[in-house]
Structures are given as structure tokens and as C-alpha cells.
Design a binder for this molecule. Sequence first.
Ligand SMILES: [Fe+2]
Length: 396
Amino acid sequence: MPHSISTEATFTFELLPSDIRESSQIGAQVSLPEDAPILHIDEISEANKDVLRQALFENQVIVIRNQQGIDPTTLPKLAKVFDPAASDIHSAGVKAVSNPKDILSAYKAGRLPRAPQVGIIGSGTFKDYEGIPELDVIHLDHTTFHERPLSQEELDQGYTRPYRWHMDAPLYERYPGEATILHCIKMPKLPDQKLKFPDGKEKTIAAGATAFFSGARAFEMLSDDEKEFALNTTVTYAPQAYEYIRHCKSTEDGLSIPTMGRETALEDLSEWSWDKVAEYPMVWPNPRDATRPHLQFHGCCAYKLTTRNPATGEVAVVDDVAEVRRVCYALQKRIWAAENIYAHRWQEGDLVIFHNKGVMHSITGQLAQYREDEEKKRLLWQCTMGSAEAPKAFRP
Ligand SMILES: [Fe+2]
């Protein structure tokens, strides 16, 4: 049977330049055909969906430029290209998080009336946006979460830090989604900022860049013994994990919590039960490459580790939270090097899709000081819908 035009892929992708990718294993740009430059989900052929899946699962973060005017209902439908069984609910719940006990409420994220699965994040106050009379969104930065934030002098010199590395997941009750989709409406016009790394290197990034590292790259950097440990280990997260850590402070890289003592007592958390506590393997599979394991865990929220020896069936448990954090941090912290970090330099109109179950990401930048300045406000749409199932183990 001859191929009809509609079954042939017209989308193409190419890797971002090697001086941007460095060793991160992250980043590709997808190009749409000239006669259909804005993504219309109902018009994407199966062949083009396959191009998107290949681009994403091989490169973990993909960008489609110049999507100004895209219909917001496209985002949740697009998420299902990567996760057909995704729930039709934002992974933070039907409404944006507003419970003051939950630190995820601090972003004051809104939701688009035209597509309730799409959140609105950014920095600044917006009037009459998308039918919302007044929207006030907060760009959190590391000074509110790090135990030893940058000094005023360093901030004045343009340094910033990753706020907190995470996957988009409430880490309680609902599951993380396979892909998160972001669409840039407005980016502040501000000078670049800089990240500093433990080896003395620095990386220049755009103000308000979203930073990513690959769980596949993080796994590769482990020793053979560490790989074996990670493959056999399950991470149990704290009950109501983001309430549990809401007064905690992090390490300078935003990966871990170095000091015990500020955790919320379990009896002071919102109502919870063990059956809803998140318990995920430490290493997750890549949906398109069975040989590519991703080290995926949230070091700040980890509570207990359970390691099963596959030969003997013997089970070892670490349930001292300080020790759990130490073990997690030891596995993850070497990824924090300039060459392993991809920091997306936003352009207005960008549609960025990232493999939420294959990378960790973080806010960077110090934007809150500019929130009143029209030229320096930031606005993004964000669509992250929970998967129907818990993440599977790379090694079942
Ligand atoms: Fe996020």
C-alpha cells in the first residue's frame, strides 16, 4: 500500500549545539513544517507524534520555538502523546495548591480558565489575564530555602543558585507524570546570571533559566557498586512530603537537606495515611531505550530506603532520615558540575517539553526583586498531569 502524505513525518529535530549540551545529554529543537508553524494537536499525524517521542526520550528536554498563540487545550492533549494513560488532572490536584502548610503553595500558581490542567507560574502581578481579574505569581529563589544562601555581595555580582531540584510530583497520593510542558508567554529582560560549582567553574545562564540534569547521566556517574545499590533500592518519601520539609533548609546545590531538626512532626501534618505515601524505585526505565536507566529521586523529601539483595532476597532498611539523606546525596551530588547542567534560555513563544521521569529540574534566578517592573515580569504556562501508575523500576 502506498504511503499517504499524512503518515509521513513532517516534524524534524536536531540536537542543541554541543557547546550548550556539553555532557548533559540534554536538549533538542523540534522544527514544524513551514505551512503549519503552530502546533495543533488534532492535526498531528502518528508519524509526527513518533518524532516528538523520539526527540524527547532521547534528549529529555525539547523545545519548539515561536508557539505564540497556541491553544492552551493543546498542552494536556500533547502530554498524552508521551503518556497515553495520563490522568486529565494537573499533578498538583484539580485546583492549584493553596494549603499554606504545603510549601508548593508559595508559588501562588494560578490555573487557566480555558484549560484547568494548565497552571500559570512566573513573577509579578498581571491584571485581566485570560479572564483572571488579578493574578499574582511568585518566583521563588534559593534565598528562601538554602541554609547558607549567597551573600548580598555575590547576589550583586549576578550569582544565583538552583532553588530546589525536583520532579513535578506531589510525592503523596498522586503520581508524577511522564512529561511536563511549559510555554513561555513573557520573559524578563535582565542581564545574565551565573552559577558557581564546587570545582570552581562557573556557568553563565539567562536570568530565570530553568535548569535540568539528566537522571541517565547521573546514573552513568555512579560506581558499579553504587549502580547495583541504586537498582535494588526503593525510596519511601515522607508523608505529605512537602509539608514535612516546609521549614527545612537545603545544601548550596539545592539537592539535599544537610541539617536535621526543622522537620514537621508527623502528627502536625495534614491528614495522611501510609497507603498514600509515595514509594518509588530509585532507578527508572527510559520509555524508548531499555538499556538506559535514570537515577530519579528527590533527595530533600526522602524518608526511608529499602534495599533488596536480588541474590539472597535479604532486605536492608535505612530509616534514619539523616542517614537516608546522606546516602541519597552521596549518589546524586556529583551531577552538580557545569558540564552536566542544561539551563534553558527562554525565548517568548517557546514550548518546552521535558521528560519529567527522566530529568530533575530547578528554578534559578533572583527575580522577585523586579516583580513590580513591567519589563521584568515572567509568565509561563505549565502542564504536568499525573500518570495513571506509579513509576516502574528499571530492574523489576
Ligand atoms: Fe517543576
